[in-house]
Design a protein around this ligand. Sequence first.
Ligand code: GAR
Length: 222
Amino acid sequence: MVADHSPRLAVLASGRGSNLQAIIDAVADGRLDARVAGVFGDRPKAFALERARDAGIEARALRPRDFADRDGFDAALFNEVASVQPDFIVCAGYMRLLGAAALEPWAGRIINIHPSLLPDFKGLDTHARAIAAGVAEHGASVHFVTPDLDGGPVIAQARVPVLPGDDADTLAARVLETEHPLMLAVLQLLCAGRITLCDTVVELDGQPLPAPLQLASKRLPA
Ligand code: GAR
């Protein structure tokens, strides 16, 4: 049973929603003291919205094409988000850039998961680009969101090896396995008030983090 004072999360998602599902399951199992107050997106048919509704969570999508410009869309979306009074906003596979005006009131309260070891491979197709670059390690990062695409202060990362014979799909699957525990570990810290953003610096228990936390990494098989 989740207590009423548990932090309220709004989740933004555009697609499959496996990170959202990991959050919903962790809340249901009592592994995360939070409640998902609403799920929002830019694609009405996204499976993430179905997952939310199946769990009895309010889910709404707005269509970008119904708005004159990005700022108009963002303002409408964040109006919906604000209506569920979240403590934190979690971008979990939300695939649109967010503008400065929408983000400003949420500074330090909005995080994103990105499938690369930031600052490497910002943007799309990260797994294929990591393979093409010949890196030995790849992974995922959770960071505070700023208007700078995938450029906000990094809270934590999970590393995985790139193995001989990997293609973008096998590597993506290995990374995704680490994304869920990584996201949950960060949310536990955030919801407990242990991770904060002070200007542009991530703090853990009031002390600046010298480097992103390393969580949920997968090592090479021995
Ligand atoms: C995840 O791999 C997430 O890291 C990525 O989209 C996928 C969503 O999966 N996010 C981005 O690329 C954001 N730049 P999911 O819908 O199953 O959670």
